[in-house]
Design a protein around this ligand. Structure first.
Ligand code: G3I
Length: 348
């Protein structure tokens, strides 16, 4: 080998190493991200976001590198979207939908009809007519504005109590159980392309009162021709409780048999403080089991996380003594569990 050849080879090796180092810095994970593999495998891997996430360059970069669907953690709820009957706060939603489109991500809607995070004019409703008007206007205005641009929507959220009875919400009190059917019919009429979802928590294990009531309602909606495309299992889990795979798969399959999709809509796995390596291993196992099932069951269509960084999480404020539920640490560096999930998608 001549000196010239040796110099060229050395130069090429240095260039390759430099490019690799750049990619490692870029993603923190050796040049590929979960999104790269999810895109390649057709997996929808999503994230709940706050408006500031898209405005902050570091966070915005992280979101587009690692996820291919965005859902608003709060800004599409009535409290923010429509704080008075006549004021519509489209700005934050426009930003989310535009950001998603600019970065070839899907946008998801969350949520029209819920018992929580409603403005005073909704909480003060006291007639069927007024409640129907508020509900149908909100759904129709929103879906008309974003027609064809939102992939899926949690039309109604958390309609059940833990014992499987319908929750005594402002919608239930004013309209009766029929409010759920009407919400889905209104959504379908406004935008036939958006996938309509009924979303809840503690509805993942077949055989429990809430999961069985949730299933019975959805089955009756399908049988009565109410336009519903899928169900959402929120899956806010605890690291110390291993997933009951049999009961979760039974839930997914009974919705498959109704012709419906299942979305894992709000996945997080919280750890009881103090965080230890053993507890992180338990967390990793819960995340990996959920992702394995999502990739394995053909009617599971999306795997969406409810928060990416422990620096900005709903968990500590809601569950005292719990923390560290997400894939990125407080410095927004991916944790070991991130690599585990990425390798699973890559190997699929
Ligand atoms: O906007 C105010 C801000 O002005 C104020 O300074 C701050 C002080 O606490 O509060 C801010 O509002 C908070 C809001 O999140 C926005 O950050 C509320 O206090 C807080 O209660 C609210 O929590 C949200 C929660 O829904 C409300 O129920 C969480 O962020 C959000 O992650 C959570 O999301 C729900 C899903 O929609 C449905 N499934 C369960 C899931 C977790 O509870």
């Amino acid at each position: 080998m001549t000196h010239k050849n040796a110099r060229s080879i050395t130069k090429a090796v240095i260039l390759c190493a430099a490019s690799l180092a750049f990619l490692v810095t870029l993603t923190g994970c050796g040049g590929k991200s979960i999104r790269d593999h999810a895109d390649a495998k057709g997996l929808v891997f999503g994230m709940a976001v706050r408006p500031g996430d898209m405005l902050d360059p570091q966070r915005a970069k992280l979101l587009k590198e690692h996820f291919n669907l965005l859902v608003a953690e709060n800004t599409m709820k009535m409290q923010y979207l429509r704080p008075t009957p006549t004021f519509w706060n489209w700005g934050d939603v426009d930003m989310l939908v535009n950001f998603a489109e600019a970065n070839k991500m899907k946008a998801k809607g969350h949520t029209f009809i819920w018992h929580a995070q409603n403005p005073p004019f909704i909480m003060g409703l006291n007639s069927r007519e007024a409640a129907l008007k508020a509900m149908t206007e909100t759904i129709t205005e929103t879906l008309t504005r974003y027609k064809g641009r939102i992939a899926e929507y949690d039309v109604c959220n958390e309609v059940f109590e833990e014992d499987g009875t319908l929750r005594n919400s402002v919608w239930m009190r004013n309209i009766g159980a029929e409010y759920i059917d009407i919400a889905f019919q209104t959504a379908r009429a406004a935008d036939p392309s958006v996938k309509l979802i009924l979303n809840d928590y503690n509805n993942e294990y077949a055989g429990t009162a809430k999961a069985d009531a949730f299933y019975a309602l959805v089955k009756s909606m399908v049988e009565r021709g109410i336009p519903i495309d899928g169900v959402g299992l929120q899956l806010h889990m605890m690291a110390k409780h291993p997933i009951n795979e049999t009961a979760l798969r039974e839930t997914i399959r009974r919705f498959r048999d109704l012709g419906l999709t299942v979305s894992f809509t709000e996945v997080d796995v919280r750890i009881q403080s103090p965080v230890t390596p053993d507890k992180e291993a338990e967390q990793e196992s819960v995340y990996a089991t959920l992702l394995g099932i999502a990739m394995d069951e053909p009617n599971v269509k999306s795997f969406i996380l409810w928060g990416y960084t422990d620096a900005q999480s709903w968990i500590p404020a809601t569950f005292g003594g719990y923390d560290s539920a997400h894939l990125f640490d407080r410095e927004m560096k991916p944790k070991k569990v991130y690599r585990t999930l990425m390798d699973m998608i890559k190997a699929k």
